[in-house]
Design a protein around this ligand. Sequence first.
Ligand code: 1CP
Length: 344
Amino acid sequence: MKNDLLLRAARGEQVERPPVWLMRQAGRILPEYRAVRDSLKDFIELVKTPQRAAEVTIQPVDILDVDAAIIFSDILVIPEAMGLPYEMVEKRGPFFPKTVGNEADIRRLKVADAEADLGYVMEAIRLSKQALAGRVPLIGFAGAPFTIFTYMVEGGGSKTFSKARKMMYQSPEICHLLLQKITDSTILYLKAQAKAGADLIQIFDSWAGILPPAHYSEFSLPYIAQICASISEVPKTVFAKGAFFARKELAQIKCEVIGLDWNMSPQESRGLVGENKTLQGNLDPCALYGSDASIRKETRAMLQAFGGQRHIANLGHGVYPDTEPDKVRCFIETVKEWKNSEEF
Ligand code: 1CP
């Protein structure tokens, strides 16, 4: 691997500077992405056409010079593989015509077979690895079981997630049945991604922050822990957006990297997580709406707060779709120019 900064930082090895990539770097901001996307019927067709998915996976490496690629796919391929297909409604987001409401619905779902049901993702990974030719590592990913659960129960995104949360209070055992089935599917899926060539995997618990701490400990953490304990092939990142209350518990999980959103202070997080994990994040995505001078100032302050080692520079959540690519470049260049010694 020509540039293995990401993997070295993940393992806690010495680095010349922190590696940098952006969550959601592949599908949101580049005009080159839109061009590929518009040449196909829709988002789902792009996800299921490995050659084209690999092409947009590589774009941020070629165009923005990030230190990692992330496979172009979506967390919602898992519900589909289990028997709940989704639609992606332009400008509105995902929609599931069928949802899960009771035990019978869950019994009807299957544990996803990674090669048979999700072979298109594995093929996209193999093609992306070929095209990358060792330039930078390739990140694989999946949603955390809890976040996937919310889509399967709600049938789409939500402001309150009250359907999913109602089920947690009314029928916790049914929730656990579904969470376990999603977990079993996700373990097979991530193992297959590693086998196909993913160099590191990230678990996105995007809606972690909607739960009270006790529910997070009961309905999310144990399933993330199971996944991480089952995968020793590659390093693992857990990003639990909004779960500031669970940082100590997350530190107990068998993963190498913990993602932080922009509400979490780097210093406080280091104190809670301890010295044995790498932290990823956490510039406010809205900082990229600022002037170049302001982006440089905010980015340097962030780098300094993390201290240069055991840090993967990133935003605190996915890059927003209306961010100008030049602002993203400014962020990336600032990280690359930064020297660990700058603080002295
Ligand atoms: O963007 C990339 O870097 C490419 C890969 C990628 C990833 C990592 C996509 C493509 N989606 C994801 C993860 C994902 N998908 C998450 C977790 C990360 C996060 O919190 O941002 C979530 C919650 C989803 C679900 C999803 N898919 C939404 C959110 C809806 C909601 O509930 O608010 C939406 C709008 C999508 C569609 C989607 N996924 C990816 C793209 C490029 C798109 C836009 C579709 C298009 O181009 O038409």
